[in-house]
Design a protein around this ligand. Structure first.
Ligand code: SAH
Length: 221
């Protein structure tokens, strides 16, 4: 629907307003495509690690109502709302006109975010879970990207959310993925670190002292 009539309408309207800055709305379909391409790459990166961990027995699970709620919020914010935006005109009230270099910066940031996402999966290996779990033979990873920050996967998701904010020219749809990831991060992280301390004790406490959460500590830069 949007991929045909909506865009033609916009081109016409915006050309009348200001021919020099209308580039983004004109390229809106391309930006939606970039958004979903990023999502697909994320899913592809995750597939081999999901397969690995599936065969790895869960020893302890802290999957609470809070966890289920946070995962639901994230799915709504980063998948459902962008899908509604792509296939209906319901969210067009929040459309914006932005200079074309903003989504270009967003796309570059997305590539960084995807690299960091891949790196954290590669380093975490069989210890990865989509929720708070301890696996059989769980080891504490303190090397690779985890040598500098404790939450590179969340850092990559937050960076990806910021990138999407720049890519999608709509304040509602742009904010939704970032805010839903931020809520997950803020509400989950202390439970995750508590679980890690319960499991690894002093080893995790020492690791925590040496590293930053989502940004490296200055002396490690
Ligand atoms: N917070 C991390 C990992 C997210 S995946 C990040 O942002 O990169 C969540 C799972 O990873 C948790 O269930 C926990 O069991 C595991 N985990 C988190 N940090 C870990 C570490 N340093 N070593 C091993 N497993 C870890």
């Amino acid at each position: 629907y949007k991929f045909s009539s909506f865009c033609i309408f916009h081109e016409h309207k915006l050309e009348e307003v200001s021919p020099s800055i209308y580039t983004v709305t004109r390229g809106e379909n391309m930006l939606i495509a970039i958004y979903f391409l990023g999502m697909i790459v994320m899913i592809l990166i995750r597939i081999p690690y999901s397969k690995q961990t599936k065969s790895n027995t869960i020893v302890k699970s802290r999957k609470s109502i809070l966890e289920t709620t946070l995962l639901t919020i994230m799915t709504i914010g980063s998948s459902l709302i962008p899908l509604v935006y792509a296939f209906t005109n319901w969210l067009d009230f929040a459309n914006l006109i932005v200079p074309h270099w903003i989504p270009v910066i967003g796309t570059v940031l997305s590539v960084f975010a995807l690299c960091l996402f891949w790196r954290s999966h590669a380093d975490l290996g069989r210890n990865w879970s989509h929720t708070l779990e301890i696996r059989e033979g769980h080891t504490l990873i303190t090397e690779g990207i985890y040598r500098h920050i404790r939450h590179p996967m969340y850092a990559s998701a937050l960076l990806w959310g910021i990138a999407q904010m720049l890519i999608l020219p709509n304040w509602f749809v742009g904010l939704a993925p970032f805010l839903s990831i931020l809520i997950l991060y803020l509400f989950r992280v202390k439970h995750e670190e508590k679980m890690m301390i319960d499991q690894f004790g002093e080893e995790y406490r020492r690791y925590k002292e040496k590293t930053g959460g989502i940004l490296p500590k200055m002396k490690h830069l």
